[in-house]
Design a protein. Sequence first.
Length: 269
Amino acid sequence: MGLVALLSFGVLSAQDTLRIYFRSDSAVPLNAGVLKEWKEVGGMFELLGHTDQKGSEAYNLRLSKRRIAAVRALLQPQEPSWHEGKHITERAFGESRPVSQNDSLNRRVEIVVNRPVVAPPQVLKPPRKGCQAHFSGGILGNYPLPDYVEVIFDSNARGSEWVGEGEYPINRLAFPNSVENTFDGIAADKGTRVILYEKEHFQGRVLADLEGPFVLTNVIWAELSAMETHALRAHPVLDSLIPRSRRRYSAENMHSWSFGSVKVICSER
């Protein structure tokens, strides 16, 4: 009788495999008892059927499919979502993928569990004067315009995040409001540096490395003069925060920037 070559289901990692073994020329599981401990863990599942090399290729392919069906029938009572067939794929390999010279280990169905990796929540550091960055799904200006303009460094801005120093490896977790609406405005105070990376976890090319004070507006708004007045025009309140000379358009569409990562670095005072 084969052994279950894996962890107990209480400690499954993001991808694990449970192996169910069979006698030669049989679709009756030898170690079906382990499935009584099955707990629904979520994610996607694969059932991969295999045989030894006895018999023809065509026969072994059919046998591996029968073995998959036998395991699925045992699992469905414990895994209700499988009744709908939404979270499971099945692949029969016949004799083509042996793992051992011991045929008893080749006669198997592998249950591969691909669970979604849940990243830990990202804690946003609070902003402070001289150490603050603002990420927005809209233009950052001096007064609000619903669906278009958010007030810079304003905690009431609903489509954005206003943060302090920190490393934010996954934008979609750190800045969900901005990402939902796609980046269109980024600002930082004097003494604040913002580095944006193309990919999560600070991978890929550096999209921008900017020293505050600045306001960066997505270039796609450049042709809309009404929006330009919010981002670039002189205004006493906005000028006191970010001089007009430090407000400009991006060199490329910023929407794709939403899905990378960000570092906010502040000068010591």
